[in-house]
Design a protein around this ligand. Structure first.
Ligand code: DC
Length: 220
């Protein structure tokens, strides 16, 4: 940010369900605003992957919490965190309160550094950065999200059926929204951006307009 009079970091929180397009959007916003970006899903993905490959029980909250405590930021650079399998593992470890508690400070520290940051996840606007300057809840119908995901996988040469991806999408939504701690839901002051009928460019333009509006309100 080049706003010379602004002393505190400018924080943009992007939340939403799996495959709503929030990752791409957060990255583009971060680039456009000149801010660092944290994909917080990678934290949960790395824990799920590390536990699974070492044969540990992902449903054990205390054990998963220890993995979260020991997480090294270098683990986020692994090349195998973006796929479907890691997403499923992440969703399982993300239900455990000790895991979430162990990751709070890392995320808040990331957001607190000048000039600010764009963070995307499930609970950024509600739990991690409730004071964020801008909160956008990016969503789309499960059918649209499953269709996009299926097309992406088919384009990569993977053999997948739309019905399978739709079932996985709904199951993940249920787990992320139904958990007791930090469930997926829009913050009360979030702007909901439904991308069901928007392409990536339209979504980016709409999000930039939301940011501009908030900045104008703040400086009014
Ligand atoms: O955004 P993603 O698909 O990379 O997230 C993978 C899983 O991690 C998601 O199903 C739920 C969990 N997650 C979370 O609970 N809180 C976050 N801030 C980010 C991800």
């Amino acid at each position: 940010m080049t706003d010379a009079v602004r002393l505190r970091p400018f924080v943009v929180a992007i939340d939403g369900p799996a495959a709503a397009g929030k990752g791409t959007l957060a990255l583009r916003l971060a680039e456009a605003l000149g801010l660092p970006h944290l994909d917080t899903g990678l934290l949960y993905r790395a824990i799920g992957k590390l536990m699974a490959e070492r044969g540990f029980d992902l449903d054990d909250p205390l054990l998963a919490g220890q993995f979260a405590e020991a997480l090294d930021p270098e683990d986020l650079k692994r090349g195998d965190l973006r796929g479907r399998e890691a997403g499923e593992l992440a969703s399982r470890v993300a239900v455990h309160p000790p895991v979430r508690a162990a990751l709070v400070q890392f995320q808040r520290d990331f957001a607190a550094r000048a000039p600010g940051a764009v963070l995307d996840g499930r609970d950024i606007g509600t739990v991690i950065c409730p004071q964020a300057d801008v909160k956008i809840f990016v969503t789309a119908s499960p059918e649209v999200r499953a269709r996009r995901r299926t097309d992406e996988l088919l384009a990569k040469g993977r053999e997948v059926a739309y019905e399978t991806i739709l079932a996985e999408t709904k199951e993940r939504d249920e787990r992320d929204s139904g958990r007791a701690v930090a469930p997926l839901k829009p913050a009360e002051d979030a702007v909901v951006l439904d991308t069901s009928s928007l392409d990536r460019d339209d979504a980016f333009v709409a999000a930039m307009a939301i940011v501009a509006e908030r900045r104008a309100e703040e400086s009014a």
